[in-house]
Ligand binder design. Structure first.
Ligand code: NAD
Length: 495
């Protein structure tokens, strides 16, 4: 049985709290490890390490920071398969999805490698006679990130490369469900040559999170997870005087207009709803079929679902793996039953598919004629369940998106450029796709939703990430009257 500890002050350490939690291989249901659940003392040790490291790291030149970040990037690229293997072992996602997760994380490290350009600041010469004004952005100090189970390597990479590039030191509290991949990424970071304490990892649960939220030396909190916890983290962190950004859950709609390419839309719906077993905050969970497109679309989706291969993530033929825990699987199955009882049409029932062994598998489900009062519509299910809602018009579909409390992503499928452009303006969501079901922004833009999908005023990574992890300082300088200078420049001075 694997023992998963912390990385504090540059060293892997075992748990001292005496508390551990189970880690499973979701494809077999077997407990494969125990993860340390940090005590307040262990969290405090990480904060002390980060605080000490900040004294030097905050003063380290941009040139050195860049070199180290490039070394780290190269190590992650070289070990991408090993990170992916650890992701599959504890999360259950298929290897292709795991490799994709690592690739998206690398994008964020690459953005952080460009910190010299991003941190240039701004300069106004001759704001008044003999007066120049310039703005620099300086690090905050010790900052912390709390991350969810569904992207255990990528979401930490949304945060710490940018935070560290800006000169902060970082404490990561990964999800206790699949902690091995983020811990391994932190070991690679250490191997790249960053000083001890620049990145610390404390594994743990609510106790560790609460300590980070309250600790006076922690200046900022980045959080990604479910909406109730995001709301709690945001309000607790800010009430302790910290800067906070907290991304929450989602219910992403995909609007399909009658002129859409049905084959393309069906492919997109299937991969976006069932990829990673639907455990993605950008998964499509509602298809809004506008006008007469519904029957054709449902049929095209159904045909594709029948061909989906569900199995262990380590099997190269698998296209979808298990859910994260037995409880998650049972919860999702409960929603399917609730949908059935509420009167929607069970086109494909994932509970019908039987799986050998003790893995946390559930088949894929398609529910048609879902209405907006049903729990399968209102709640974030976070599993391989796709709901189809029929709408008479484009405007009805947009109303649905606007009335939904979540606002992470929204997509439209159409061949009509005018309709697509209108949708970009109308959709009440932070990330919008046009014939793209999962519009996760590239690393040099920023990621974040609206409404109950995000709390705080900066989104994550990219330029917004740099803004979050720095504070501006504006310097106003008045230069002596050149006439009083002893140096003769040989031509009239310009003041
Ligand atoms: P979660 O909210 O249960 O846990 C997230 C983190 O919070 C974990 O590190 C966990 O240890 C900690 N935590 C859990 N309960 C806590 C409590 N009571 N007090 C303090 N900390 C607590 O989320 P999850 O199940 O790990 O992840 C899935 C959720 O994350 C989904 O809702 C999904 O939509 C969301 N998510 C959102 C985004 C986004 O960018 N908006 C990205 C990925 C996941």
């Amino acid at each position: 049985m694997q023992k998963i500890g912390h990385l504090i002050d540059g060293t892997l350490v075992e748990a001292t709290s005496g508390n551990t939690g189970p880690v499973y291989d979701p494809s077999t249901g077997v407990e494969t490890g125990r993860v340390a659940l940090a005590s307040v003392t262990e969290v405090d040790a990480a904060v002390t390490s980060a605080e000490t490291a900040f004294e030097e790291w905050g003063q380290t030149s941009l040139a050195r920071r860049t070199k180290l970040m490039i070394s780290f990037r190269n190590l992650v690229v070289a070990n991408a398969d090993e990170i992916a293997r650890r992701l599959t072992a504890e999360h259950g996602k298929v290897m292709d999805d795991a490799r994709g997760e690592v690739a998206r994380g690398i994008e964020n490290i690459e953005f952080a490698c460009g910190l010299t350009d991003a941190l240039k600041g701004a300069y106004s010469e001759q704001a008044s006679n003999g007066v120049d004004v310039h703005t620099v952005r300086q690090p905050l100090g010790v900052v912390a990130g709390i991350t969810p189970f569904n992207f255990p390597a990528m979401v930490p990479m949304w945060m710490f490369p940018n935070a560290v590039a800006c000169g902060n030191t970082f404490i990561l509290k990964p999800s206790e469900r699949d902690p091995s991949a983020p811990l391994y990424v932190a070991e690679l970071f250490q191997e790249a040559g960053f000083p001890a304490g620049v990145l610390n990892v404390v594994n743990g649960d609510k106790l560790a999170v609460d300590r980070l939220l309250e600790h006076p030396k922690v200046k900022a909190i980045s959080f990604v997870g479910s909406t109730p916890i995001a709301r709690y983290v945001y309000s607790t962190a800010t009430s302790h005087g910290k800067r906070a950004q907290a991304l929450g859950g989602a219910k992403n709609h995909m609007l399909v207009l009658p002129d859409a390419d049905i084959e393309m839309a069906a492919d997109a719906a299937v991969s976006a709803a069932y990829g990673s077993a639907g455990e993605r905050c950008m998964a499509i969970s509602v298809v809004v079929a506008v006008g007469d497109v519904g029957d054709r679309l449902v049929e095209a989706i159904k045909i594709r679902m029948e061909k989906l291969i569900i199995g262990s993530g380590t099997d190269p033929s698998s296209e979808m793996g298990p859910l994260i825990t037995a409880q998650a699987r049972d919860r999702v199955a409960g929603y399917i039953q609730a949908g059935f009882e509420a009167g929607c049409e069970l086109v494909v029932d994932g509970r019908d598919q039987r799986f050998e062994g003790g893995g946390f598998f559930l088949g894929v489900t398609l529910l048609d004629r879902v209405t907006t009062d049903m729990s399968v519509y209102t709640d974030e299910i976070f599993g391989p369940v796709l709901a189809v809602v029929r709408a008479d018009t484009y405007a009805d579909g947009v109303d649905m998106i606007r009335s939904n409390p979540y606002g992470n992503g929204a997509a439209i499928f159409t061949r009509d450029g005018g309709a697509a452009r209108q949708f970009q303006r109308d959709a009440d969501a932070g990330m919008v796709g046009v014939n793209v079901p999962i519009p996760v922004p590239v690393g040099y833009h920023s990621f974040g939703g609206w409404k109950d999908s995000a709390f705080g005023d900066t989104t994550m990574y990219g330029p917004e990430g740099l803004r979050f992890y720095t504070r501006p300082k504006v310097i106003t300088s008045r230069w002596p009257d050149p006439a009083t200078s002893s140096v003769d420049l040989g031509f009239p001075r310009n003041n």
